[in-house]
Design a protein around this ligand. Sequence first.
Ligand SMILES: Cc1cc2nc3c(=O)[nH]c(=O)nc-3n(C[C@H](O)[C@H](O)[C@H](O)COP(=O)(O)O)c2cc1C
Length: 361
Amino acid sequence: MKNIILSAYSKKAFHLKNRLVMAPMTRSRAINNIPNNLMAEYYGQRTGAGLIITEGTAPAPEALGYPRIPGIFSQPQIDGWKKVTDAVHAGNSKIFLQLMHTGRIGHDDNLPDGVHLVGASAIKAAGQIHTDTKGLQDHSQPTALTTQGVKDMINQYVIAAQNAIAAGFDGVELHAANGYLPEQFLNPNVNTRTDEYGGSIQARAKLILELAEKVADSIGNDKVGIRFSPYSNLGDLQPYAPAEIHETYLYLAKELDKMGITYIHISINPQAVKQTLDEMRASFTGTFILCNGHTPETALTALVNGSADLVAFGRSFLANPDLAERIAGNEPLNQPDFTTLYTPGAKGYTDYPTLKLTAVS
Ligand SMILES: Cc1cc2nc3c(=O)[nH]c(=O)nc-3n(C[C@H](O)[C@H](O)[C@H](O)COP(=O)(O)O)c2cc1C
């Protein structure tokens, strides 16, 4: 019998050839922030996935916190991404572009000249980040976005989403996880704003809901997904009251359900409370994707017990372009090479062996 991970999926307007998702992964191969042929080859190798979610991609110059990450705010970037979407569609897979605004996570040296780091508030993140100019550096001090600045940034996302559709993407994923700008707005330790985007749970969630609503109005709610990481402290996000976190994410799930966006994608972490995830799942009638730490066996369990509609794999997809075939044949998986995760070039990127190649050589 066919493994359910590899069986076709359909819910509302979302149809995929299987339930296997490639998780978004920054790989820092986009020289000058422009997607290229090497990236098209990498994504094209991984079309065993029913859905590919791209690496985090900047909707605006201020969002380019890491070196060599791609953007989607210029014509060369749209043209570059077109090569990727063509390669993925040739493999009969769907592809969503992850829109990632790094906010206070970043360094001014990684940004174009004259552009500076922004945040929900002017609170610098502890920790360091790689720069190509000076190696590891402390995060730069962010400037707090003004209220008008927030509205302009939402507009940048809308244009970026339109650009994504022009580049041939099937939709966009709003990255509201892992400590980047949208999640920086949710967290009261990092968002100390006194305008309409700070204060109560609803006010702190307002940015995310406006982003989702305006992007959905512009490109269609069936083309919008969102990623959350409830209870995560990535990006130096200090924990806040668990009851408040629970209420925040339930509120978001219910409001996003009213908007009818296509999916919620959860990046689970060890602190995550199961009840929150279960209640989010129950409150959201669209597609629910779970990621983090899955093996083919645990992914199957999540699908069978109904905690997820789709399962996403990060590192296993990175190291196994033919992950679908390996799951089908119950074959062992290659392990990722951690020294080449973010280095430029093909090594550790497009040269992971497939079963076919291994059998021949
Ligand atoms: C090299 C690398 C880059 C990543 N970049 C992103 C990213 O750009 N956006 C994102 O939402 N998550 C990113 N992640 C997190 C993955 O999407 C995923 O949540 C994580 O790898 C855990 O899943 P896994 O256990 O299947 O690898 C990244 C992970 C890795 C290993």
